[in-house]
Design a protein around this ligand. Structure first.
Ligand code: NAD
Length: 463
């Protein structure tokens, strides 16, 4: 057949059409059709990246921060649209937090040991290529936050995002790549797959290219990664309790709890998920919560809400995934109530599933208690040994200390909304990967590095 111009144009058009139909995400930078291709690309990029200076790393990170701020609204809207969870205005704040408060290379602190025998230097070196599994609740926030920390540590990253949030996560992968390349960095230092599955996750975990694994999500993924045989960081589930005693500024406690528990419709793993209030201030606390945007339900309404939000199987309650991260007004509408409240509150007993289950919905159960001992016992039970986050409103130093000691959580916030624990209105840097199970705590660049010792005997010691 003759290869005339018309015929060639027709072929090109067919190829473009096929590409558009088959893999619309292929055009996103760093996003590959297969995990095999993604791994090969990031490995190649990492080999280049090894020769980059710390200043070059910082230049790339500065540009990631800049683009994240510029595109925070796009990312937030994409996340809500794709997952149907959370609030655009809160997700914008989360991206701003990531851009402004995720540590960069300044987090990598060398150690020098000197003495009669010379100088020993310990520096924090890259692991290589890191495999990172990300959740549906903070899809782009986790990709950008982990990318900054991992790149600051000198690594490349391959993501296997949550399948229900992969468009948003992969848009973030594209953003990070655009920022890196624009700042003179290598292509594909951060990669992902267009259609993440359990198979792509398995391939990533088993690949010899991947030297470290990071799981951000529920207990299933943390367990799987920790049994991979590789160095792994596990950032798992929580069910944070908040205690309010009778020494607290109760009006402020009510306001702070509504702010924390309603933020992004209670999706954050650190958010207040059940409240234990001293009986003698409980009414005042509830009043303050209502004044600050909460809607109180009771009696039959609580049981009806339970049937909407939870699914019972063999006497155990689990979340109805359709309702995770939905607006409080939608739950209220199901109950026949027209309200734009940000949070639903109700009184329950300690063993109610609204207390015991990590729901990630803007619903907060309040349990009355008569002493700090009772409050701490119930709060520790409700936290289920996750050792993730816990909060308290009190001015009694003994109460503050006793709860912190008993609950042993990675994050413990006193007299503020829960998000103060990740640097929003509280001192300290931010992260969206809080590693309780494996003990790194609030991860940052140093968490993604390995310590290397370099010893010089009888020299370079100057006193
Ligand atoms: P999820 O556990 O359903 O999914 C998280 C990721 O793990 C997804 O990418 C998913 O595809 C993958 N995954 C799940 N099971 C897996 C397995 N067996 N093997 C390999 N991959 C697997 O979590 P989610 O619903 O997206 O997020 C909410 C959960 O994550 C909550 O429990 C929340 O507390 C937790 N979380 C924790 C942190 C933290 O920093 N500790 C941050 C965000 C979310």
């Amino acid at each position: 057949m003759e290869l005339n111009e018309n015929y060639i144009n027709q072929i090109v058009q067919n190829v473009v059409k096929n590409l558009e139909n088959a893999a619309p995400q292929q055009r996103l930078k760093g996003v590959f059709d297969s995990m095999t291709d993604a791994l090969e690309a990031v490995n190649k990029a990492y080999q280049f990246y090894r020769s980059y200076s710390i200043a070059q790393r910082e230049k790339m990170i500065a540009n990631i921060r800049k683009l994240t701020l510029e595109e925070a609204e796009t990312l937030a809207k994409l996340g809500v649209e794709e997952t149907g969870m959370g609030r655009v205005s809160d997700k914008i704040i989360k991206h701003q937090l990531v851009a402004n408060k995720t540590p960069g290379t300044e987090d990598l602190k060398p150690t020098a040991l000197t003495g009669d025998d010379g100088l020993t230097l310990v520096e924090m070196a890259p692991f290589g290529v890191i495999g990172s599994i990300t959740p549906s609740t903070n899809p782009s926030e986790t990709v950008i936050c982990n990318s900054i920390g991992m790149i600051a540590g000198g690594n490349g990253v391959v993501f296997n995002p949550h399948p229900n949030a992969c468009r948003t996560a992969n848009y973030a992968v594209d953003l990070v790549n655009r920022a890196i390349v624009e700042a003179g960095g290598p292509e594909n230092l951060v990669v992902s797959v267009a259609k993440p599955t359990m198979d792509t996750s398995k391939e990533m975990m088993a690949s010899p290219i991947v030297r470290m694994l990071v799981a951000t999500g529920g207990p299933g993924v943390v367990r799987t990664l920790l049994s991979s045989g590789k160095k792994a960081i596990g950032a798992g589930a929580g069910n944070p309790p908040v205690i309010v005693d009778d020494t607290a500024d109760v009006a402020k406690a009510g306001r702070d709890i509504v702010l924390g528990a309603s933020f992004d419709n209670n999706l954050p793993c650190i958010a207040e998920k059940e409240c234990f209030a001293f009986s003698n201030i409980a009414d005042e606390l509830i009043d303050s919560m209502i004044k600050n945007g909460a809607y109180m339900i009771d009696g039959d309404q609580v049981e009806r809400l339970k049937k909407i939000a939870l699914i019972e199987k063999d006497g155990k309650f689990g979340i109805n995934k359709k309702w995770v991260g939905k607006d409080a007004s939608l739950f209220l509408k199901e109950l026949g109530i027209d309200s734009d409240a940000k949070l639903i509150i109700c009184e329950t007993d300690e063993m109610h599933p609204f207390v015991q289950v990590e729901m990630m919905m803007p619903i907060l159960a309040i349990v009355r208690v008569n002493s700090i001992e009772e409050a701490i016992k119930m709060a520790v039970n409700a936290e289920h040994g996750n050792r993730h986050s816990a909060h308290i409103h009190s001015k009694n130093i003994d109460h503050l200390t006793a709860f912190a000691k008993a609950v042993e959580t990675t994050i413990f916030v006193k007299n503020a909304p829960s998000y103060a624990g990740i640097g929003a209105g509280g001192e300290g840097y931010t992260t969206f990967t809080i590693a309780g199970p494996t003990g790194e705590g609030l991860t940052a660049a140093h968490s993604f590095t390995r310590a290397r010792r370099c010893v010089m005997v009888d020299g370079l010691h100057i006193i």
